[in-house]
Design a binder for this molecule. Structure first.
Ligand SMILES: Cc1ncc(COP(=O)(O)O)c(C=O)c1O
Length: 395
């Protein structure tokens, strides 16, 4: 079943094409096989010449991976997707696919720590430069690019301070300069934001997070409207770098995706309540959440998103020491990196996910040492607020 008119909640269960399942199994089987046997050499020639979409070897393709890719492509309004072993495999492969020695990438000033490391530490080894700027200030885009800039890369909302970048404005500018736009849509998921509809060239995800949703798998994906690009990304990069995902993990993601919309609604409802609670709390200095009316990116987020997501960051009065007392005293919230799980998680980005930033950059990019990031889970909101309240009492 494949029908673009289906609603998101239906697509996330049914999209991706009809599958011939043995014994009429309702759920797709997991094809745990590394290789596929051919009937004869004609079949070999057909698939090697891209005349048939039969399977050869799981590093190139596999029915469970293909179903995941097709479903993800439909959810993101793309024409194809490539499944990767992790979000970082997807991000680094897409950047390498577009950038050549001598080129530059323009990135937003706040990025997930490992993405920042790829841009500032790995790419320079291949003579690929970067400019780091506040892409929320779209009026200044032309100041930050030159003839060598081939890619603009950012997250919106960004990790960990939820800053919002106007996707349409960046894409309009980039198109006028022949620059590709790549966006990490991990925080929003396609349930709340579909960047390809706004002009983005490639969407990447850490599918480890909300797409899987249960904290039991590490995975990534890249989606695009350009099927030639997807073929090249798959066979020239994913397949050759070898960052392939296990079919078992693809199956776990397919299972998780069935409830993506349902989960995102509940995650977000908990996040809105938590953000409002924190905003009214005497020990809290600042709350970062795009759903708050006075948050700087609120209006842009409202225009380009269908919801605000479920990550809330905040600073407590008393700085790092007070923040440590809060995260060391939560009971329901587990002190852990990652996000998007059923369990509520808490962490200190400067000491954990964003440790790759040096102290100077942290300051420059507005990430304080004491910033606390919450990933609101699916527990009952009364228990979530009670836990925050008792932990804040220790601040
Ligand atoms: C926004 C964002 N992008 C990418 C990644 C990397 O994904 P993975 O851990 O699946 O490689 C993360 C991981 O936390 C992330 O938060």
């Amino acid at each position: 079943m494949s029908n673009n008119k289906m609603k998101f909640d239906t697509q996330s269960i049914h999209a991706g094409g009809e599958h011939k399942n043995p014994e009429n199994a309702l759920n797709p089987p997991i094809f745990l096989t590394s290789t596929f046997a051919f009937e004869n050499t004609d079949k070999v020639d057909a698939v090697m010449n891209f005349e048939s979409d039969d399977y050869v070897y799981t590093r190139g393709n596999n029915p469970t991976l293909r179903l995941f890719e097709n479903r993800m492509a439909e959810l993101e309004s793309g024409s194809g997707a490539v499944a990767f072993a992790s979000g970082m495999a997807a991000i680094s492969s897409v950047l390498f696919s577009y950038l050549r020695p001598g080129n530059k990438v323009l990135v937003h000033k706040t990025l997930y720590g490992s993405s920042y490391n790829v841009v500032t530490k790995v790419l320079p080894k291949y003579n690929i430069g970067h400019t780091i700027a506040d892409l929320a200030d779209t009026e200044r885009l032309s100041e930050w690019v030159d003839e060598q800039t081939r890619v603009i890369y950012f997250e919106t909302p960004s990790n960990p301070n939820l800053s919002i970048v106007d996707i349409k404005k960046v894409c309009e500018f980039a198109r006028s300069r022949g620059i590709k736009v790549v966006i990490d849509n991990t925080f929003a998921t396609p349930y709340f934001q579909r960047p390809l509809e706004l002009g983005v060239d490639v969407v990447v995800h850490s599918a480890t997070k909300y797409i899987g949703g249960h904290g039991d798998v590490v995975a990534g994906v890249a989606v695009s409207k350009d099927s030639d690009y997807i073929t090249s990304l798959k066979f020239d990069y994913m397949c050759e770098f070898g960052g392939v995902r296990s079919p078992f993990n693809a199956w776990l993601l397919l299972r998780g995706m069935k409830t993506l919309g349902l989960r995102m609604r509940q995650h977000e409802s908990n996040a809105i309540a938590a953000a409002q609670f924190l905003q009214g709390h005497a020990k809290v200095a600042e709350v970062f959440y795009p759903g708050l009316k006075d948050f700087p990116g609120h209006e842009v987020a409202r225009a380009q998103m269908d919801g605000f997501g479920a990550i809330v960051s905040f600073e407590v009065k008393g700085g790092l020491e007070a923040a440590k007392r809060v995260v060391n005293n939560t009971r329901l919230f587990k002190l852990a990196v990652s996000l998007g799980d059923c369990e509520s998680l808490v962490q200190l980005p400067a000491a954990m996910t964003h440790r790759g930033y040096d102290q100077e950059s942290l300051k420059q990019f507005g990430l304080s040492a004491g910033m606390i990031r919450l990933s609101l889970g699916l527990e009952h909101i009364d228990d979530i607020l009670a836990d925050l309240d008792q932990a804040l009492a220790q601040a």
